[in-house]
Design a protein. Structure first.
Length: 756
């Protein structure tokens, strides 16, 4: 008996079915059976199911002789299910990676409830992924399992069958099944009874299903009279309540949700044909009157919804339309008023900025920013801290969104982007420091000094070198790019390679400062005790060898790529290893959830990447500029280049990384595992490559870069001390002493291709 029976009905979803089935069969939790039901689909769904069944014994293919509809197709799968728990998945949706393991763990932790409700995310055809807006109702605080009466807000969520796991014994005991016929809204008469009758319910606050929002073909975008099937489905729900007197107390809540459903469907112009709208309203009114119940209402109801429900129940269609039109007009007027207010505010702020530029500069004010109004980080943060140390008379301010205000030191003022204080500071600060760009409307005044620190050594093409690659450049306004660069007084460079690239890619009359990167100074100031404290704060198991995995973004993809199967890598490497995984900044809002694992720590939101470097024993990256910084730490680096040709073709690079490596290179996941399993990641060949790479790209990163910048830019010293420490005399912070000893690398033929 498998733990899960996953039932997937299929009808006219041949473009998506293969991905849907693969999302189930590739789950790390293998104890399942997959029952795929071909609902007499006229396309290739049947052959796709048969192909999967022939290749995987966990798959059972069911072929219906005639198209019966979604509900009967699910019933056909139910009849063959033998698992402890039933999971339904539509043929165009997918299970998230690690979903079944998370569901299994939660079922065990909550005592095998009758129903487990988990979360979902909508995935749009544009590539956008949006999590359910009511995810907060799945908070796992409180009792592990409960009765619905303890959490009635669950009834306010989307009432669908595929975001829940059902104990099969419970389903059979209650006689739950889907209604006959090929109607719409089949989930309604299943989901309400399943939740209302359950003796125990639990929740899982995790996205387990990706709910595909198809551009065409969805019932949500199909105009048809079949939407009137909704009345028959709610008749079934209230028929169930009538047959179960002990559940009558739920009638007001179900009635309220039915009214919500009717109003939402009626308001959607894509669903009801014009000729059917009057009939729909009339039948909705009759249903709302027939099933109305007086009693406590466990779900909150806004005043607008209360009026809308009442008008529909009373059959006042014209008044309902007038209310809807009036509300729409009010919203439009409000939006117009808000737009006008914003226009007036922007005009006032522009005037304020012009007036502030007429006032004297403040010689002791310096304004900093990093990563498009992000928090306190990177080179500007290191310079700001050193400035307060060497010139305590200076006042500093940091431009950042309020969400990042907590990252600022107490001595530094926060400037909200676009505020009056922000424009005042840009107009009157003597020093401006950033690692990206200031506002394009910035007018640099005589006497102001602008320092551009950049935020990485360029491996990929930048600036004017992207003119022939419009798909890879964030802007095609190269003239505007150069106008902004013409305001730079200084450009900070980490090495000679960067100097040559920037001077060619962004030719402007700035002065290049080859001082190294201030953000890397910490690599020479931190102690082993600091490293140990960092590892404890991150929750790294004692004695682990820590791999920091930090890939860069892909210009040829809109979605976030998944290059590694972390669960498999950690299993193959064994308990000695822990992985810190950090998604690139561009994927901050779309990072896919990873399967929970005690030795996999997602550090994508951790503020300081430099601290993550200190906490790790090795870096695994692809083409990220982080490799140049990590080389200054003189710890092992492994390149995982599984798509070099595609990356080079899309973005372009300044040199072939494969011929100038900082360590071993893996072209596949198997090779990456071999490099760490055999110890070659920190063997003699890796050390030789790293030494050559470090000599080329880390000539100035000696722990004093910030001091040199402050003395030159802010204190006016033309040849600032201290002089650069020779490479051989530097002593970067060693890794934590608890790191596991490395095995002696042994030559293997399979590893012969891992070195250039």
């Amino acid at each position: 008996m498998p733990r899960f029976s996953v039932i997937v009905p299929a009808y006219k979803v041949q473009a998506y079915l293969q991905e849907s089935l693969d999302s189930v069969l590739s789950q790390s939790y293998p104890d399942l059976e997959l029952i795929a039901v071909d609902d007499a689909s006229p396309d290739a769904c049947g052959s796709i199911i048969d192909d999967r069944a022939a290749r995987d014994p966990r798959v059972t293919g069911v072929h219906l002789a005639h198209n019966l509809g979604l509900g009967p197709a699910r019933n056909a799968g139910l009849a063959r299910a033998t698992g402890d728990y039933l999971i339904f998945l539509d043929g165009d949706d997918t299970l998230a990676p690690g979903a079944l393991q998370a569901i299994a763990d939660r079922l065990k932790a909550t005592g095998s409830p009758d129903v487990l409700v988990y979360d979902y995310a909508r995935t749009f055809w544009t590539g956008e992924t949006v999590r359910n807006s009511l995810a907060h109702r799945l908070c796992e605080d409180g009792p592990a399992s409960f009765r619905l009466a303890d959490r009635p807000a669950l009834l306010g969520m989307l009432m669908v069958v595929w975001n829940k796991a059902y104990r099969r014994e419970y389903v059979e005991r209650e006689g739950l099944e889907f209604p006959p016929g090929s109607g719409y809204y089949e989930d309604t008469p299943w989901t309400y009874p399943a939740l209302l009758a359950a003796e125990s319910v639990a929740v899982l606050d995790r996205v387990c299903v990706h709910y595909r929002q198809r551009r065409t073909g969805s019932i949500l975008t199909t105009s048809t009279r079949r939407h009137l099937d909704i009345f028959d489905q709610y008749d079934r729900v209230f028929g169930f309540l009538t047959s179960r007197p002990e559940l009558e107390r739920w009638r007001p809540a179900v009635h309220r949700r039915m009214a919500d459903h009717f109003c939402a469907l009626y308001a959607d112009p894509r669903r009801l044909p014009r000729a059917s709208r009057a009939e729909f309203f009339r039948r909705a009114s009759a249903s709302l009157r027939r099933y109305r119940a007086v009693g406590p209402q466990p779900l909150p109801l806004s005043r607008t919804d209360r009026v809308r429900h009442a008008l529909m129940r009373l059959g006042l269609r014209r008044t309902y339309h007038a209310l809807s039109a009036g509300r729409a007009g009010a919203l439009a007027t409000g939006r117009a008023g808000l737009s006008a207010w914003r226009g007036l505010r922007e005009t006032a702020l522009r005037l304020h900025y012009r007036l502030q530029r007429l006032l004297p500069l403040r010689p002791e004010l310096a304004v900093f920013s990093a990563y498009w109004h992000g928090g306190y980080s990177c080179n500007p943060a290191a310079i700001e801290a050193k400035l307060r140390e060497l010139a305590p008379r200076m006042r500093t301010a940091w431009i950042c969104d309020p969400a990042h205000a907590a990252t600022l030191p107490p001595e530094t003022a926060m400037l909200r982007p676009g505020s009056a204080a922000y424009w005042t500071a840009l107009a009157r600060a003597t020093y401006l420091v950033t690692n990206v760009n200031f506002d394009r409307t910035l007018v640099k005044r005589p006497g102001q000094t602008l320092l551009q620190t950049q935020h990485g050594t360029p491996l990929k093409r930048v600036g004017l070198d992207l003119q022939d690659r419009p798909a890879a450049t964030p802007t095609t306004d190269f003239a505007g790019l150069l106008r902004g660069a013409d305001q730079w007084d200084y450009l900070l460079s980490a090495n000679r390679h960067s100097t040559l690239v920037w001077e060619k890619a962004i030719p402007s009359p700035y002065t290049t400062l080859e001082y190294g990167y201030p953000r890397n100074d910490i690599f020479h100031r931190a102690t082993q005790a600091d490293v140990v404290e960092l590892r404890e704060r991150l929750g790294i198991p004692a004695g682990s060898t820590v791999i920091l995995y930090a890939p860069t973004h892909r210009d040829y993809r809109r979605s976030r790529p998944e290059h590694l199967d972390f669960e498999r890598v950690l299993r193959d490497l064994g308990p000695r290893f822990t992985i810190l995984t950090r998604a690139h900044l561009t994927y901050a809002d779309t990072a896919a959830p990873h399967e929970a694992h005690p030795r996999l720590i997602d550090v994508s939101s951790y503020q300081s990447v430099e601290e993550l470097c200190l906490a790790s024993d090795a870096l695994v990256t692809d083409y990220s500029s982080l490799m140049f910084d990590y080389a200054a730490l003189d710890r092992p680096i492994v390149i995982h280049a599984d798509d070099w040709e595609a990356y080079e073709a899309a973005r372009g690079t300044y040199f072939d990384l494969r011929a100038c490596l900082p360590g071993a290179i893996a072209r596949t996941e198997d090779e990456l595992v071999d490099i760490f399993a055999t110890g070659h990641w920190r063997g003699s060949r890796s050390a030789q490559l790293r030494a050559a790479f470090r000599s080329r790209f880390c000539s100035y990163d000696d722990g004093h870069a910030a001091e040199r910048v402050v003395r030159r830019v802010f204190l006016g010293q033309p040849n600032p001390a201290p002089a650069v420490t020779p490479l051989e005399d530097r002593h970067p912070t060693p890794p934590a002493p608890t790191a596991s000893p490395a095995p002696t690398p042994t030559p293997e033929p399979a590893l012969a291709n891992l070195w250039p």
